[in-house]
Design a protein around this ligand. Structure first.
Ligand SMILES: O=C[C@H](O)[C@H](O)[C@H](O)COP(=O)(O)O
Length: 263
């Protein structure tokens, strides 16, 4: 029996209520949910906009959709600002005209995925390795639309038990790792240098830096204090905490899509 795909609303904070968009008789896969969130976000894109193009498996669906709408002539005169070399390559393949934040320092709208989203719309990003360019571009965006499936929604940052990434310079990386662990000692922090695989080849970002993944046993407390403290460690380039940056969060779940706007 077909089950209607019903929008589920967050009271008083949800706007732009989507129409039911599909019916299905089996549970949606995580990738299908990512695609639903991405397609909803692309509804915010208008012809003539400069659009920040995020990185990762969710943002990829948004890039595909923008390319498709450009090809159909539904969207025209779009300039995309890619947040990683991978996205740049993919957007090129989708025939999206591209630029950068030196040429376009003000971006109308950025669309990107996230690894965690807390109730205040703070994010963890960077498990895909692109946090620095993402942050530079998304901070320059008038609207930042975050797209996630419901597995990314957490009670507090760090709750998923998955990594909170920090981009660091390669020079004496073990020293920087030690400083990060010490900083979050009370939260039971363990840091790991990111590698491509179990063979131990070190993961190198688009900016030729390394990534330390931090794992916490407890909450790290006030996010702004944590952010400032991380950034004060010499050797740190930036971290995956995106505090108070998202203007809209779109969550796709089995029960429907929620669109939450910053109040
Ligand atoms: O560096 C990667 C980004 O922050 C991604 O947007 C984030 O990791 C979410 O990725 P995905 O959509 O693949 O879950």
């Amino acid at each position: 029996m077909a089950i209607a795909y019903n929008p589920h609303l967050i009271p008083s904070e949800t706007t732009n209520v989507p129409k039911p968009i599909m019916t299905t008789s089996s549970p949606l896969s995580q990738d299908e949910l990512k695609k639903i969130a991405a397609y909803k976000a692309v509804e915010f894109v208008e012809s003539g906009m400069v659009v920040g193009l995020g990185t990762g498996s969710t943002a990829k669906h948004a890039v595909d959709r923008i390319g498709e709408l450009l090809q159909q002539g539904v969207l025209t005169n779009i300039v995309g600002i890619p947040t990683s070399l991978k996205t740049q390559e993919h957007a090129c393949a989708c025939n999206i005209p591209l630029s950068d934040i030196e040429t376009h320092p003000v971006i109308d709208l950025a669309i990107d995925g996230a690894d965690e989203v807390d109730p205040d719309m703070n994010l963890v990003k960077g498990r895909g390795g692109a946090l620095l360019r993402e942050k530079m571009i998304e901070i320059a965006s008038k609207q930042f639309v975050v797209i996630v499936d419901e597995s990314k929604v957490v009670e507090y940052i760090g709750r998923s038990g998955l990594a909170m990434p920090v981009e660091i310079v390669p020079f004496c990386w073990k020293f920087t790792l030690g400083k990060l662990e010490l900083l979050f000692e009370e939260a039971g922090c363990v840091g790991k240098l990111r590698t491509y695989d179990e063979n131990g080849e070190i993961f190198v970002t688009d900016n030729k830096n390394y990534t330390i993944d931090l794992y916490f046993k407890k909450s790290i407390g006030d996010l702004r204090i944590a952010s400032d403290a991380i950034l004060r460690i010499p050797g740190v380039v930036d971290h995956g905490l995106f505090i108070d940056m998202a203007t809209t969060v779109i969550v796709a779940g089995e029960q429907g899509v929620t669109v939450k706007n910053k109040s």
